[in-house]
Write a protein of this length. Structure first.
Length: 126
């Protein structure tokens, strides 16, 4: 909770997260989560309150869990209807991807921002 600016390694981790988010944005799945992140950052800067980032990151996590569960349900339905167990296995592998993005969000974006909470409130990072 320091007021120090983001270090170069923290900024680099944020850029890495943005780069890793590009594939799901291009597929269309990542448009809503990116909107959550941008709105949270903009509202935090506008109102000088870090809780907006925390709230919108929770929305991001919830959306990604919903995507993951949807993939599992679709795979289970396809497996039962077409009697192909491989469709559930493949769908399960795809369901891991949103969980990986939750971990990446936490480690590469949220933790650096949380460590410099006061600075992020007062200075826009976008």
């Amino acid at each position: 909770m320091s007021g120090d600016p983001l270090t170069s390694s923290e900024r680099s981790s944020m850029y890495l997260f943005a780069f890793l988010l590009l594939p799901i944005v291009l597929l269309g799945v990542g448009i809503i989560p990116v909107a959550f992140i941008i709105i949270g950052i903009k509202l935090t800067h506008k109102h000088k309150d870090f809780s907006y980032i925390t709230i919108f990151f929770k929305y991001y996590k919830g959306f990604m869990i919903l995507v993951s569960l949807s993939l599992l349900v679709i795979g289970a339905t396809e497996s039962i209807n077409h009697k192909q167990p491989w469709s559930f296995i493949i769908s399960s592998l795809y369901a891991v991807i949103p969980i990986v993005y939750i971990v990446l969000l936490n480690k590469l974006l949220y933790q650096p921002m949380l460590a410099n909470q006061k600075w992020v409130e007062n200075n826009s990072i976008i």
